[in-house]
Design a binder for this molecule. Structure first.
Ligand code: HEM
Length: 508
């Protein structure tokens, strides 16, 4: 008991010593908690106010990249400069996710996103080969196929303002289902897909709970209708993944028995070389041959890929298209790059070599991730004291890596609000600190899917720009941001797609 008190006292003393404002809890109450309790405003606008409050607090009260915020009795330490961020992310001890991630546990269980300690280390080592470049290359046809379905749908809406995020999300969902599980759920063509709906609702329920601290207690939450809905959707989702896993397992076992020569040579490399739904196949290899994964473990990891791998890329693609539609000269340069690769051929599927040639496209995607990082905030539970700029961040506190503000550090990115993809040209990136731009996080717990995401984004955007010119009618300063599971706008992002042929005729 005394030990616990001492630790509590130490944490609070350190909390008070770190830069921050004493008036801040009152602002949180005013801006966030009371409106949510009174239910007077749309939740999304309250979340947006809260996000702005956090950004404002950091600017006003933070010192040298650290800002302490009290959430009730718990100090939250916001870090937003490369020097402070590096101290936490580089550590091999401070790899445990913050307690807020525990709210995801009923969904993600002990998968890669939420696990910690030795379990996480072993899993990460086993799963890294799933993102081998050969496997990623084998996904290129899926990226092409699904982005062409999106293209066809957009062609039917030529010249109209379209809510881009919802359409792109269905496309990236189809992509992750096909690449992670080897099944096409056809979410783009069947808007009633029960799996897609359940996944979407799970995300919403999680956010609703996260933003209401009184629901963090299981005792209270389990008595609400929100929890009932959450568990109903969870059941739909897990039944679906279970079915897919069993089917694929039986298929692989059958192939194995048919060609008995393979049984003895059932090596990982062969699996990687042959697999179609590679993530699942590799997991099944670990299950069948190496006995390293139970069926439940496989399901956990598939659910984790589904969670981490589609909203993030959808946000990335949507914000990039939005920014392209706002910047005519950037769009011009992109069209030129695509013309140099494909000429006038708009139909040929994109190959892995084409992807490597899209160097300006890469700068555009990275600059979009700088301004609108899909994951604007991540958090760690501090397991070992961290010393930064002569200050101590004590064991037991929660560190928030504020990626959104980190990417706006004027000492690193001059005129930070300006959209300027040239910042990422090799000559302009020289000497930039590696922790000053981290859309995929950094250090041992960085994003395992970052190469996957970059290839996917390039192919989807390129396939659209080979056919369309894009225009974004909403100016940037009219869009408020909301940090939900990914960074979103508080209103649908509209984009007008005009087929190039049509655009040319209008010009003439
Ligand atoms: C633009 C797209 C993406 C962005 C910006 C992104 C960003 C991130 C970030 C910031 C983290 C660290 C999260 C944390 O510390 O809490 C992360 C982790 C992770 N991401 Fe991504 N991600 C993207 C796409 C993907 C894709 C496509 C996949 C899978 C196919 C994926 C799988 C994962 C997994 C499994 C983790 C947990 C890794 C670990 O803890 O070892 N991500 N991602």
């Amino acid at each position: 008991m005394r030990k616990k008190y001492k630790r509590w006292n130490w944490k609070h003393r350190c909390g008070w010593e770190l830069p921050g404002s004493t008036a801040q809890p009152i602002r949180i109450l005013q801006v966030y908690l009371l409106p949510v309790l009174r239910r007077r405003s749309r939740p999304v606008s309250v979340y947006s106010d809260f996000f702005q409050l956090l950004c404002g607090t950091v600017v006003k009260d933070g010192v040298e990249g650290i800002c302490r915020v009290w959430i009730l009795w718990h100090p939250l330490i916001l870090l937003y400069k490369y020097s402070t961020v590096e101290a936490v992310l580089r550590s091999s001890t401070n790899i445990e996710k913050a307690f807020q991630y525990d709210l995801l546990r009923p969904w993600l269980r002990d998968g890669l996103v939420t696990s910690s300690g030795n379990k996480w280390k072993t899993r990460r080592k086993l799963l890294t080969p799933s993102f081998h470049f050969r496997i990623l290359d084998s996904f290129v046809p899926v990226f092409n196929k699904q982005s062409r379905i999106l293209l066809k749908k957009l062609k039917l809406m030529d010249g109209k303002d379209i809510d881009i995020t919802s359409m792109v999300t269905l496309c990236t969902l189809d992509i992750i289902c096909e690449t992670a599980m080897g099944v096409n759920i056809g979410a783009q063509t069947d808007s009633e897909s029960p799996y897609a709906k359940a996944l979407h609702k799970l995300g919403e329920s999680f956010m609703t709970r996260l933003m209401r601290p009184w629901l963090w207690s299981d005792f209270i939450y389990n008595r609400t209708s929100l929890s009932k809905d959450f568990h109903e959707n969870l059941l739909i989702m897990s039944q679906f993944t279970k079915k897919v896993i069993n089917k694929r397992k039986n298929e692989l076992l059958e192939t194995k028995f048919q060609s008995s020569g393979d049984v003895l040579n059932f090596k990982k490399a062969r699996y990687i070389k042959r697999s179609q739904g590679a993530f699942l196949d590799l997991l099944l290899y670990y299950h069948n041959e190496a006995k390293a994964f139970s069926e439940e473990d496989i399901q956990n990891e598939v659910d984790n890929f589904m969670f981490a791998g589609h909203d993030t890329t959808a946000a990335g693609i949507s914000w990039t298209l939005y920014l392209i539609g706002q910047n005519e000269h950037v769009q011009e340069k992109l069209h030129e790059e695509l013309y140099n690769i494909f000429g006038n051929d708009t139909e040929r599927p994109i190959t892995k070599d084409d992807v490597r040639k899209m160097s300006y496209m890469e700068c555009v995607i990275l600059e979009s991730q700088r301004l609108y990082p899909s994951a604007p905030i991540i958090a760690r539970n501090i397991k070992e004291d961290v010393y930064v700029n002569g200050k101590t961040i004590p064991v037991g506190s929660t560190c928030v890596i504020f990626i959104y503000m980190l990417h706006r550090d004027p000492e690193v990115f001059q005129n930070p609000e300006k959209f300027d993809p040239d910042r990422f040209l090799p000559e302009n990136s020289l000497g930039r600190h590696p922790f000053s731009f981290i859309p995929f996080s950094a250090g041992p717990r960085n994003c395992i899917g970052q190469k996957f995401a970059m290839i996917e984004e390039k192919i989807v955007i390129a396939n659209l720009l080979r056919h369309f010119r894009v225009k974004s009618p909403q100016p940037r300063d009219t869009i408020n941001l909301v940090a939900q599971m990914v960074l979103r706008a508080d209103q649908p992002i509209k984009i007008k797609f005009t087929s190039k042929l049509h655009a040319k005729m209008v010009k003439e």
